[in-house]
Design a protein around this ligand. Sequence first.
Ligand code: ATP
Ligand code: MG
Length: 376
Amino acid sequence: MQLAHLWLTDFRGHVASEVEVGPGITVFAGGNAQGKTTVLEAVGWLARMTSFRAAPDSALVRVGCEKAIVRAEIAPANRGPDVRPDLIEAEIAVAGRNRVLLNRKPLPRARDLLGTLRVTVFAPDDLRLVKAGPAERRAELDDLLVALSPRYDAVQADYERVLKHRNAWLRTWSRADDPATLDVWDEQLVRAGAELVRGRLKLLERLAAPLGKAYGDVAGAAADVAGGYEAAWSDGTLDEHRLDDVAPLLAGAVGRSRSADLERRLTLVGPHRDDWRLSIDGLEARRYASQGEQRSLSLAVRLAGHVVISELVGEPPVLLLDDVFSELDETRAANLVSHLPIAQALVTTAGALPPGLPAERVVWVAGGRLEPGVRP
Ligand SMILES: Nc1ncnc2c1ncn2[C@@H]1O[C@H](COP(=O)(O)OP(=O)(O)OP(=O)(O)O)[C@@H](O)[C@H]1O
Ligand SMILES: [Mg+2]
C-alpha cells in the first residue's frame, strides 16, 4: 500500500495543492511556515483520522472555510495492470460530521476508513513519548493497536464511553442513589477494559525484540531496553501469558475500588491509568535516562512499531518524517538514515538533509503551494 497522489483543498494553508508521490523517499523542502508539515499531517489524518500534531479537526480547515478536503490515491502493494488504486476523499468539517468516500462511495461511518492507509510518524516532539506522563505511551500503544486491527478503534471508543458515563454518574451521585447502579457500568468497564488490556499485552510481547534491536541501531550501542505493562490494579506481573487473568483481576480491582471511587467521584482503576514502563538497563527511562538516551528510545519505539505493523499486516506503513533530522546529532541522524526501514517515506525539512539520505524527488513548498523539483 503506497500513497500515489495527494490533493489538498482548504487544508490549513493549502488552498488547492496537488502532488504525485512515487515510491521511495519524497522530500518536502522549504522555509518555515510554508506548509510542509501540513502535507504530512493530511496524510497522517487519512491513516488515523486525527492530526499527529494533536490539533482538533477544526484547526485543519483553512480559516474562513467550512470544510477541508483531502483526496488521495492509494496504490495496493500488488500493483498489476488491472489493480486500480483506491481513491479516498475525506471531508473534514469545522462543525458536524466528517464524510469519507472510498472509490466515490460514501462510507457508512467515516471511521470505516481506518485500515486503508497506515503511517509511522517521526516528529520533533516524539521525545514526549518517553519523557511525558503515561497518557502519551498509552496513546502510542493504542494507535499501534488500531493500525494492526481497526476493530480496536471501537474497543477504545467503547471503553471511553463507559468511563465517561461512569465518571458522570460518580460526579453527581448523592447518598439517596443506589450504588448498585454502578454494577452495570462496572460490568461494561471490565468487558471493554479487559479487551483493550489484552490487546496491549499481546502488542508489548511483539514489540519487545524489535525495540531492543532498534535502540541498539539508533544509539549505536546495545542496551537492555525493556517495556513492561504497569497496572496498579494488577499484581504487577501481567504479561501476554496471563491474558485469561486480565478480566477477573480488573473486575476484582474495580469492585474493591468502589468506595474510594464514590468518595473521590472518579474511576480510579482501569486501563485509562496504566503505563508502558520503558526502561534502559533496568532504570525507568522517564526518570533516569539522559536526553540523548530518551531521544534514541523514542525513535526506537517508532521504529519498533513500524517493524511490528510491517510483519503482522504484511506491508510497511508509509513513513512520515517531520523535521526529525534537525533534532538529531550527526551520529544519530546517520544511524537513523542507515536503518530506515524499506518503505515509502515523506520527509520534510527546512534546511539541509543529512548526507546519504537516498531521496527520489524533492517537492518545494512555498506559501501553501507545491512545486515538484528535480532529483537532488
Ligand atoms: N487552519 C488554517 N488556516 C489557514 N492557515 C493555517 C491554518 N493552520 C495553519 N495555517 C498556517 O500554516 C502555516 C504553517 O504550516 P506548517 O506547519 O505546515 O509549516 P512548515 O512548513 O512545516 O513550517 P516549519 O518549517 O516552521 O515547521 C502557518 O503559517 C499557519 O499560519
Ligand atoms: Mg513543520
